[in-house]
Design a protein around this ligand. Structure first.
Ligand SMILES: [Zn+2]
Length: 87
């Protein structure tokens, strides 16, 4: 996922960008923060998601000062242990 916004063209493939809203996932240390209905632009050709610098700054502020609407529990798996249980 790329987070640098560019005019109206995809900087990866030059495809056309379409304004939409996405669910954005931001990881900080061991915490995961979810943001719903975030304004973003999606490339109609390659599917790359682009977000404005301004939106990213607002997300930074929300992580520090924002009040979440709800919290979810996130299941965590240790992959090697999960696929091959200890005998
Ligand atoms: Zn593209």
């Amino acid at each position: 996922m790329t987070t640098k916004a560019n005019n109206q063209r995809c900087a990866v493939c030059g495809g056309e960008l379409q304004a939409t809203t996405i669910t954005h996932e931001e990881k900080r240390d061991s915490h995961i923060y979810l943001f719903q209905n975030v304004p973003a632009k999606v490339c109609t050709a390659c599917g790359e998601i682009w977000m404005d610098e301004e939106v990213l700054q607002q997300i930074d502020k929300l992580i520090e000062y924002g009040v979440p609407v709800r919290k979810v529990e996130t299941p965590v798996y240790d992959f090697p242990r999960a696929v091959a249980p200890a005998h």
